[in-house]
Design a protein. Sequence first.
Length: 319
Amino acid sequence: MTATTRSVNGTGIAGCLSEPFVALPCSEPLGALLLLQRGCRALWLGSLECSTMRGLPDQYVLNATDMSNAIFDIQRATRCKIPLLVDVDAGYGGLASVEDTFVRLGLLRTAAGVMENKHPGIDKRNSLARSGNTPSDLLPADAFRERIGVAVRAARSIGDTWVCPRFEDLAVGRSVSETMHAIDTVMAVEPDAVFVSCRDEEPDRFFALLSDLRKSYPRLPLLTTTGRYRSPQPDHAFFDAGVSILIYSHHAARGKVRALGDIYDALLDPARNERELLCPLDEVIEFSWKDGSGPCVETIPPRPTEDRGRGDEKPPRGK
């Protein structure tokens, strides 16, 4: 089956690809419900947002069980009514962990799992960090192909979750031709889509890569993320260049940090009135049940309570 014909757990992501769209970030059910009520086309559960909301650094601290619990909470709240795209970092360990991760994604009716080509044993830096990872932190293309192949087999054995390799090559300074070589190598195992990262200051290289990708793989769904803010390039520039799903990957966490800081400052300052910063209490009590969008625990499998026995191990570097 090809990426453009496979359905995804009834969530309709394949049908959504008749035209490009934006996916917005959430790390908890509250954000997911707010986005569902606003008609968002897809949700993005990223490691940066998920880590930040738990007071943790985005440095491979979260494991497969942590992310499975986050997925469960979101899917329960939304009744799986909206496609959920999940960032699984580098797969949480060796090949057994990769397999375990994508089985979990299938059981939890996740629309897609995005796995990056960083080595799972590195001292990770977020792709948008000003001092990020280097080319030596990326897996060789053939090693990444093996990991994606394991993910593809695991996902298709349990359901229709898409497998989407994420290529960090441009973000660490590699050339367009080197990035295309890595993508061509991994495409041999037939992933469902490709995610390409790039830095804000390098749009020309990014759009050159998109042009090459569209020539080589005209029907392949392409995903990418905006930079630190809404990109200097408008959304339609990405879509015109062939991007299928544009992800605003970290904006919710940044908004929450600012908003929570503002309300806490107001509450701690007797001279300030916090009312203007707050929604009505009734809205908090009632909003999640509007339009029948409240939790329905019967819609997804039970919450994962422990590791399934094969995941979360971290191999020594070079293995």
